[in-house]
Design a protein around this ligand. Structure first.
Ligand SMILES: O=C(O)c1ccccc1NCC(=O)[C@H](O)[C@H](O)COP(=O)(O)O
Length: 264
């Protein structure tokens, strides 16, 4: 039986093939180079940690997910981006995948235009062409999910991100992926507390893997963070940033909820 990650990878490959047929590498590179300059994503996280002495927040704009269905019906990316910025987020993560997350490429540009925060394009990269596309859409950072790509493709995605002046968040979920992240040499490493195959969420994943992360990398704890105590817990395990979606997306007052989450 295929799991959700395999299903997503399969439709992404088809989608990318169609997008590449419509826009050559040269055409997408021209758009990437014409996009407004990248905002330093890792630098913004470093600055926030320095300024507050607490983990920095990557706040996610997420309408729906495969594990939870519809999360927020009243969905306005620019308003959500402004609420996150006012509440103290360091960076944004914007889901652009349509079939599984009800995302849209346009959400990224809309959210980014509303704030001065750097933005991660949260999507599933299976082809280096998507890095130039992400930059063309305005992304400051891409996501490399090691569960979805082999080492050669991960290295290509990372090199493309560097070529376009972007950051790359390298996502891991187990010891083998963390060893692969160390070998890749990126400086922004995430531990996803959610298994993207079973949807099981456990903050112990961050606790287990954090000591294995590359020394020079900033460590991001991703998924399943609902309370200030959860932030404290992953901070005690040396996470310097948290990536939070659902718990903030479900609040009526997103700005106040963001501030409360960071108040610990
Ligand atoms: O969220 C899901 O159900 C999901 C399923 C399959 C692949 C990826 C998935 N989520 C992507 C993420 O990593 C999360 O959106 C992100 O870490 C925020 O998580 P949360 O705070 O738990 O919404």
């Amino acid at each position: 039986m295929t799991d959700v990650l395999e299903r997503i990878a399969a439709y992404k490959r088809e989608d990318v093939a169609a997008r590449k047929a419509a826009r050559s590498q040269d055409a997408i590179e021209a758009l990437a180079l014409a996009a407004s300059a990248p905002r330093g994503f890792r630098d913004a996280l470093d600055r926030k940690v320095e300024e507050t002495g607490r983990p920095a927040l990557i706040a996610e704009i997420k309408k729906a997910s495969p594990s939870k269905g519809l999360i927020r019906a009243d969905f306005d990316p620019p308003a959500l981006a402004r609420a996150y910025e006012a509440g103290g987020a360091a960076c944004l993560s914007v889901l652009t995948d349509g079939p599984s997350f009800q995302g849209d490429d346009a959400f990224l540009a809309q959210a980014r235009a509303a704030v001065s925060l750097p933005c991660l394009r949260k999507d599933f990269l299976v082809d280096p062409w998507q890095v130039a596309e992400s930059r063309a859409l305005g992304a400051d950072c891409i996501l490399i999910i090691l569960a979805m790509v082999d080492d050669a493709l991960a290295a290509e995605l990372l090199a493309e991100a560097e070529r376009f002046g972007m950051d790359a968040l390298i996502e891991t979920h187990d010891e083998i992926e963390m060893a692969r992240a160390c070998a890749l040499g990126g400086d922004l490493v995430g531990v996803n507390n959610r298994s993207l195959r079973t949807f099981e969420v456990d903050l112990e994943t961050t606790e287990r893997l954090s000591m294995l992360s590359p020394v020079k990398a900033l460590l991001v704890a991703e998924s399943g963070i609902f309370t200030p105590e959860d932030v404290q817990r992953v901070s005690a395990a040396h996470a310097q940033a948290v990536l939070v979606g659902e718990s903030l997306m479900r609040q009526a007052d997103v700005e106040a909820a963001t501030r409360s989450l960071l108040a610990a």
